[in-house]
Design a protein around this ligand. Structure first.
Ligand SMILES: O=c1[nH]c(=O)c2[nH]c(=O)[nH]c2[nH]1
Length: 350
């Protein structure tokens, strides 16, 4: 770590041949540099030179992917939530990096244990509330913790139903979308609560067009009045308050808005002139419906399905196939459309 050790940068004798030994340079004992440094930094030498020259940018540490299944047993009816939690701390001191002094480090192993202990003691409601609990625990328990960030992915378990009756203790993994939350808090600051979904893969076979876009020498794509529209939606939104929010209901409301603006009425659907317009309409509906959400960012990759060209086959080979089409799914390259929509009239408290 240090390039300014107790014997000097170039060992006992410096580059120019002159002695760097303190006893030779200060024969009357005017300054015992080695002793001074060792007293001040008993765990090693301190990097004075680089501390003057460099400053830390982002830093922090923590435990990633702490997996836990929480089971709440209310008589015969059991409720489960399975989470994967990342905990990251930023300490106000940097002794660990600068000096090799570990006295301020809350071990990542202890951070992992904290996740389990708080889940056992307080139970788990929503990812957002569990994130808030972890943030306040670390800030309250350790005065030198400057900032906490907790990311939680929820595994999409759903209660099984048999003949329309909810099962007491059996569940099915139904990954329609992955739910996540990112909660962070700085000492003396309010918490920031972001929530989101990803991997919401949807496809519709009509009610999507793309036409009248820039016509120039670079364009080969024809206007299309009716195409397959498929995307894998991800969305991240921010809450303007931590209180009085039903985070489960809000998450479901966002998912429903996205599906509504993508799919529309079950019989007639909803027309999409472009991915851009569908994305905007979904975001707008979210802000209209959930007043506690102050902004939402959505991403919609355009998963292309191109019609296979059958024109080279003899017509008799494809006799009476008019109502059937074969498409080629093309993974790469894929278009990517994204936008963040921000509520204007609210100055977020968080
Ligand atoms: O909905 C779309 N938006 C685009 O920007 C675009 N670009 C493209 O090639 N296809 C599409 N589709």
């Amino acid at each position: 770590m240090s390039n300014f050790g107790v014997n000097g940068k170039n060992g006992k004798n410096g580059k120019n041949g002159k002695s760097t030994n303190n006893q030779e340079r200060f024969p009357h004992g005017t300054f015992d540099y080695r002793k001074a440094v060792q007293e001040r930094f008993p765990h090693g030498t301190f990097d004075y030179v680089n501390r003057e020259k460099y400053a830390f940018g982002e830093y922090g540490y923590g435990k990633n992917s702490v997996k836990l299944l929480h089971v709440e047993r209310c008589a015969a009816k059991h409720t489960i939530r399975e989470y994967e939690v990342d905990v990251h701390l930023k300490l106000s001191t940097q002794l660990d990096y600068l000096e090799g002094n570990n006295r301020d480090i809350i071990a990542t192993d202890s951070q992992k244990n904290t996740v389990y202990i708080l889940a056992k003691k307080h139970g788990i409601q929503t990812p957002e509330e569990f994130g808030l609990l972890l943030c306040s625990h670390f800030l309250y328990t350790y005065r030198h913790v400057e900032e906490v960030e907790v990311k939680i992915d929820e595994y999409p378990w759903e209660r099984l139903r048999a003949e329309d009756v909810e099962h007491n203790h059996a569940f099915v993994y139904s990954p329609c979308a992955i739910r996540f939350a990112i909660v962070s808090q700085q000492r003396h600051g309010a918490s920031t609560i972001e929530a989101g979904l990803r991997d919401l893969r949807v496809l519709k076979t009509t009610q999507s067009a793309f036409k009248d876009f820039v016509q120039d020498g670079y364009r080969t794509l024809p206007d299309c009045n009716d195409r397959i529209f498929s995307t894998i939606v991800s969305a991240t939104w921010r809450y303007s308050t931590a209180t009085g929010v039903d985070f489960d209901a809000a998450w479901n409301a966002v998912k429903d808005c996205i599906i509504d603006k993508f799919a529309g009425n079950p019989e007639t659907g909803i027309f999409s002139p472009s991915v851009q317009n569908t994305l905007y309409l979904a975001e707008k509906m979210v802000l209209d419906k959930v007043p506690q959400i102050s902004r939402i960012d959505m991403r919609m990759p355009n998963k292309h399905y191109f019609e296979v060209d059958m024109s080279k086959f003899a017509p008799r080979v494809l006799d009476s196939c008019d109502n059937q089409e074969v498409y080629l799914p093309v993974d790469k390259p894929s278009g990517i459309i994204y936008a963040e929509l921000i509520r204007k009239d609210v100055t977020s408290k968080l």
